[in-house]
Design a protein around this ligand. Structure first.
Ligand code: NAD
Length: 500
C-alpha cells in the first residue's frame, strides 16, 4: 500500500503489518531463517506492549551471513555491471514506495515516532536516497596518470587507477532512524558493487527485516544483502569477522570507539557516524519568526533523538528575554502523544532503558544547578518524557557536555562572537551546528570557526543526500551522502603499464 497523506492518522493498522509481526525472519543467503540463539522481544514504545518476537543470531548465523555475502561477491554480484546494479536499486526504491504505508506503520510501531516522519523521512527519503545512489553505480571512474619512472632506460610507462568494490560490508545501525540509517549504508555499498551484512539495533529491527524481503523481491542475487538481528554481541561478532572487508557504523561514540579499536587491530577500513551535542547560535539580528522551526525541527524532531539535535542554544543578550519567552510558549504547546496520530509532535522515547537514561539526565541537570523552565506533564503509559528547556547549566556540567538524546535543551546567553564560538566548540562532539542571523558577513566570517561537519544557516537538522554528512572530533570518522559516500566502499588500485 502506498503511503497515506502524511498528516492523516491511519484508520487501522494494515493487515500486512499485522501478518508480518507474527513471524519476522532474518535473511541469510536469500533464505528466510530463525536465529540459532533463539529470539528476543521488540516493544511498542507508545504503550510498552510486546510487538513481535525477533530472531536472535548466533555466531554461526553471522558466519553464514558473511560467507553468503562473500560468495556472491566472488560470483554473480561481483561480475554484474554498474547498469545492472542501478536497475535493481531503482526497482528496490519503487518497492519501498509501493509498500510505503506498511513500512511507515511498522516504523512508528517499533520506534514510536510520528507516522508523518515515518512516511516522509523513513520511507520517502529512503526511496529517494536509493535512487540518488543508484545513479552513481554507472559513474565510478579512476584517473589516467603521467608517471616519471625511467627504469630501465628506454622503457616508458603510463598508469591509471581503478576503483574496485572493497568487498563484504558489515553495516551496523542505531534505533533512531532505523530504516533510513539502514538505507544510508546499504545504498552506497550496493552502488559501489559491495555486498552487505546488516545488523540493525535490537530495539528496532523490524523495518530492516522487511526491507530485506523487498531486496529479495526486487531480484538481487541471493546473499547481496543479508540481515542478522540481536544485540551488541552480534554486532561485535560481525565487526571482528575475518570475512568482513569494511565496517560502517552509526551509533553512540562509546560503541564507535570499541568498533574503531577492533577495526584498527584488524587493519580494516571503518566509517563511524557517532553522537553529537549541536550548538544553535542565535544572534540579535535573527528573524524571530524562525524560532518555531528552530524548536520543532532543530531541537525536538523525533523527541530530540537525532544525532544533530540542537541540544545547546546560545542566544545573544539583546533578544535573550524575548526569544526565551517565545521558545517557552512554543515548546510547552507541542502536543505529546503516540506517533500514530500525526498531530502529536512529541512522541515516546524508544525504550524503557532510554526513558530511564533521559529522566536521569534531567534529574542530574537539576542536581547540578540548572533551572528547568517548563513544567509539562507526559502520559503515564509508554516511554514519554515532556520536553524541557534549561537555563543556568554550567559549561562543564553533564547537561552541557554529554549527549542526552531526548527532548532536552539548554539555553545560555552570550555577548560577543568570540565568546559564543568558544562556548559552541567547548564540547568533545562536532557533528552539526547552526548560526541564526540576517548578517551574511557575520555568518561567512564565523562558518570556518565552527567545529562541526555540517553548519546550517537559519535552519538546523536538515540533511540532504547530496550534502556530505559526518562529524568532526568525537562525532565520527568519514562522511556519508554525496558522491563521496561511494569512496567509503571502494578501494583504489594503481595499474602501471610499461611499454617501449
Ligand atoms: P549504540 O551505540 O548503543 O548502538 C548502535 C548499534 O551498535 C546497535 O545496532 C547495537 O546493537 C550495536 N552495538 C552495540 N555494541 C556493539 C559492539 N560492541 N560492537 C558492534 N556493535 C555494537 O547506539 P544507539 O543507542 O542505538 O543509537 C544512538 C546513538 O547513535 C546516539 O549517540 C546518536 O547520536 C548516534 N547516531 C549518530 C548518527 C550520525 O550520523 N552521526 C545518526 C544517528 C544516530
Amino acid at each position: 500500500m502506498k503511503i497515506g497523506a502524511p498528516d492523516k492518522a491511519p484508520s487501522s493498522i494494515a493487515a500486512a503489518v499485522t501478518d508480518f509481526l507474527k513471524a519476522p525472519k532474518m535473511l541469510i543467503g536469500g533464505t528466510s531463517c530463525d536465529g540459532e540463539a533463539g529470539s528476543f522481544d521488540v516493544f511498542n514504545p507508545a504503550d510498552g506492549t510486546v510487538l513481535a518476537s525477533v530472531p536472535e543470531a548466533s555466531e554461526a548465523d553471522v558466519d553464514r551471513a558473511v560467507a553468503a555475502a562473500g560468495a556472491t561477491m566472488a560470483g554473480t554480484w561481483g561480475s554484474m555491471s554498474g547498469a545492472g546494479r542501478t536497475g535493481l536499486m531503482l526497482k528496490l526504491a519503487d518497492l519501498i514506495e509501493e509498500n510505503g504505508e506498511e513500512l511507515a506503520q511498522l516504523e512508528t510501531l517499533e520506534n514510536g515516532k510520528s507516522i508523518m516522519m515515518s512516511r516522509l523521512i523513513e520511507v520517502m527519503s529512503s526511496a529517494e536516497y536509493i535512487r540518488y545512489m543508484a545513479g552513481w553505480a554507472t559513474k565510478i571512474r579512476g584517473e589516467t596518470l603521467d608517471v616519471s619512472i625511467a627504469i630501465p632506460p628506454g622503457t616508458q610507462y603510463t598508469a591509471f587507477t581503478r576503483k574496485e568494490p572493497v568487498g563484504v560490508v558489515a553495516a551496523i545501525t542505531p534505533w533512531n532512524f532505523p530504516l533510513n540509517m539502514a538505507v544510508w549504508k546499504i545504498a552506497p555499498a550496493l552502488a559501489a558493487g559491495c555486498t552487505v551484512v546488516l545488523k540493525p539495533a535490537e530495539e528496532t529491527p523490524l523495518t530492516s527485516l522487511r526491507l530485506v524481503e523487498l531486496v529479495r523481491e526486487a531480484g538481487f542475487p541471493d546473499g547481496v544483502v543479508n540481515v542478522v538481528t540481536g544485540g551488541g554481541a552480534v554486532g561485535a561478532a560481525l565487526v571482528r569477522h575475518p570475512g568482513v572487508n569494511k565496517i560502517t557504523f552509526t551509533g553512540s561514540t562509546e560503541t564507535g570507539k570499541k568498533i574503531g579499536v577492533q577495526a584498527m587491530q584488524d587493519v580494516k577500513p571503518v566509517t563511524l557516524e557517532l553522537g553529537g551535542k549541536a550548538p544553535m547560535v542565535m544572534f540579535d539580528d535573527m528573524d524571530l519568526s524562525l524560532l518555531g522551526p528552530a524548536a520543532g525541527i532543530g531541537i525536538f524532531l523525533n523527541a530530540g533523538q537525532t544525532c544533530c539535535a540542537g541540544a545547546r542554544l546560545f542566544i545573544q543578550r539583546g533578544i535573550y528575554k524575548e526569544a526565551v519567552s517565545v521558545l517557552k510558549n512554543i515548546v510547552s504547546s507541542l502536543p505529546i502523544g503516540p506517533g500514530m496520530d500525526p498531530a502529536n509532535q512529541i512522541n515516546p522515547l524508544v525504550s524503557a532503558k532510554h526513558h530511564a537514561h533521559v529522566k536521569g539526565a534531567i534529574d542530574k541537570g537539576i542536581e547540578d544547578g540548572a533551572t528547568p523552565l517548563l513544567s509539562g506533564e507526559a502520559p503515564d503509559a509508554g516511554y514519554f518524557v515532556a520536553p524541557q528547556l534549561f537555563e543556568g547549566a554550567g559549561a562543564q556540567s553533564a547537561l552541557m557536555q554529554d549527549e542526552v538524546f531526548g527532548p532536552v535543551a539548554t539555553i545560555t546567553p552570550f555577548d560577543t562572537e568570540d565568546e559564543v564560538i568558544a562556548m559552541a566548540n567547548d564540547v568533545r562532539y562536532g557533528l552539526g551546528a547552526s548560526l541564526w542571523s540576517r548578517d551574511i558577513n557575520r555568518v561567512m566570517r564565523l562558518v570556518p570557526k565552527v567545529q562541526a561537519g555540517t553548519v546550517w544557516i537559519n535552519s538546523h537538522n536538515i540533511p540532504d543526500q547530496n550534502m556530505p554528512f559526518g562529524g568532526f572530533k568525537q562525532s565520527g570518522i568519514g562522511r556519508e551522502h554525496g558522491s563521496g559516500a561511494l569512496d567509503n566502499f571502494l578501494e583504489t588500485k594503481s595499474v602501471c603499464v610499461a611499454y617501449s
